[in-house]
Design a protein around this ligand. Structure first.
Ligand code: ADP
Length: 473
């Protein structure tokens, strides 16, 4: 698994804080321990030497009450004394005996050299032992000091330092999170802007004034890139629209000429009649395609000149169906289909470009009559996430699930176009529907209708549920 930048920055801060607290904690602990222990050793040596002098003078004056002598020396201290005299050992209390003294140290001292040793007894308590030879009376004096209190102090210190280390590490992690969030924020702006541009808002730019000074280069090159992109897209759209415009007038001339020929059709030989028929079919298709291409190029450039007005959705659909039915491509026989409006959405308002929405409805109704034997139902109802949905159903063969996204691609003419219809399809109708819906911040998808045909679902974001006053449809 690859860690993200944020996680890595956090980890580096956390690790840094951990290493730093181990270093600082370790240093403080061992320095303190060293000085405390050295102090205790010096004090112990002073005391032991003073007591050894006392023992020597007592022994010289012939005192042989060893035990009471040692007890009087120990009184009031947390030390215990051991005396070696004439190869025998004497102790001040029952809690110590001669074997309490480490063997090596005892041998060194008995051979005439003073020595000090810090060690831990078998029971786990820390002690200092100081041994002082007293050669003038053939004795050796040992004093053992209990270091439990020092031990306890050091343990508390270690615990405190450990706690401080944990807190510092946690603070380091928190700081790392903060720093990573803070440093990634400008990138989030960039990604938001890129998303908006990908969604068609080509005039989105990063604000150079608000940008981080360190990221000025990124901001400028990003904006320059989008400038280029926008210019290119607009140039392409202009080119497409120019080409379609240019094609329109020769096509009109051709169509007019063809009409003249068709008027005298009966006088032509049969072969020529067939050729004329083929020519006329293809010319029609060509004209439709140029019309669609022109509309497409307008829709492409459309993110710039789109005018959304707030209208009541049920009135919008009803009017678009009636008006669109009149504009349908030669298939608008009979009465326009009825629109069923869910009572819950009756007053909902949406933001649309009415002309574009009518084109969408016309396209769907044309397809339904072309491939599905006509519209069976148009309905308006609530959708997910504050959306309103308009469904257009037919009773045709429906659309294969594998083709349900492809049919919205440009120039895609699915399997149905071969089976039904006259083959005059351009493959642009649904691409236009998708483009218009995208510009109006809505969407379109196709599913299967409950009666087996295709169901096209248009979704639009709801602006208000109609309670507050607004413009009229
Ligand atoms: P065309 O100009 O060919 O109709 P469209 O983009 O409108 O282009 O449609 C693309 C393809 O989707 C059509 O060729 C057809 O195969 C399929 N299609 C569209 N509407 C329907 C429908 N109501 N029922 C079945 N197939 C459809």
């Amino acid at each position: 698994m690859k860690l993200g930048i944020g996680a890595r920055i956090t980890a580096v801060f956390g690790l840094g804080a951990l290493v730093l607290s181990i270093l600082m904690g370790g240093l403080s602990y061992f320095t303190t321990r060293h000085f405390l222990l050295a102090g205790r050793e010096t004090a112990a040596q002073h005391q032991a030497f003073a007591n050894a002098v006392l023992v020597r003078s007592e022994l010289q004056s012939g005192n042989t009450q060893y035990v009471s002598l040692l007890a009087s020396i120990d009184a009031g201290t947390n030390a215990h004394s051991v005396l070696y005299h004439q190869s025998k050992s004497y102790v001040s209390s029952l809690s110590v005996n001669a074997s309490s003294i480490p063997t090596q140290l005892r041998q060194v001292v008995l051979s005439g050299t003073a020595a000090t040793q810090t060690y831990r007894t078998a029971k786990g308590t820390a002690e200092i032992v100081v041994g002082v030879p007293v050669p003038s009376v053939h004795a050796a004096y040992f004093e053992l000091f209990d270091l439990s209190d020092l031990d306890h102090t050091l343990r508390v210190l270690a615990l405190t330092l450990f706690g401080a280390g944990v807190v510092t590490t946690l603070l380091g992690i928190a700081l790392g999170r903060f720093a990573s969030e803070r440093s990634l924020r400008p990138l989030a702006d960039v990604s938001r802007a890129a998303g908006a541009i990908a969604g068609g808002e080509l005039d989105t730019r990063l604000d150079p004034a608000a940008a981080d000074p360190d990221l000025e280069g990124l901001t400028n090159s990003f904006n320059a890139m989008v400038d280029q992109l926008q210019e290119r897209i607009e140039r392409e759209a202009r080119f497409n629209s120019d080409v379609s415009h240019e094609l329109r007038s020769p096509l009109t001339t051709l169509a007019a000429a063809l009409e003249v020929l068709e008027a005298d059709r009966d006088e032509l030989p049969v072969r020529s009649q067939r050729a004329l028929q083929l020519l006329s079919d293809d010319l029609h298709r060509f004209q439709r395609m140029v019309g669609d291409l022109l509309e497409m190029s307008r829709a492409d450039a459309g993110s710039v000149d789109v005018f959304l007005e707030e209208v009541n959705v049920s009135e919008l659909v009803q009017r678009s169906v009636v008006a669109g039915f009149g504009h349908m491509d030669g298939h608008g026989h009979g009465a326009p289909p009825e629109v069923h409006v869910d009572p819950g959405v009756q007053a909902w308002r949406v933001g649309v470009d009415k002309r574009r929405f009518e084109r969408v409805i016309v396209n769907l109704m044309e397809n339904a009559s072309h491939y599905g034997g006509g519209v069976t139902e148009i309905a308006v109802g609530p959708g997910d996430d504050d959306q309103v949905e308009v469904t257009v159903d037919d009773a045709g063969p429906g659309i294969d699930p594998l083709e349900r996204t492809k049919v919205f691609e440009r120039f895609y003419r699915g399997s149905a176009s071969g089976r039904r219809g006259t083959g005059t399809g351009t493959g642009l109708g649904l691409a236009l529907v998708a483009e218009h819906m995208r510009v109006m911040k809505g969407g379109v998808r196709v599913e299967s209708s409950p009666n087996g045909g295709a169901r096209f679902v248009l979704s639009l974001p709801v602006l208000s549920d109609g309670d507050e006053p607004g413009g009229d449809a």
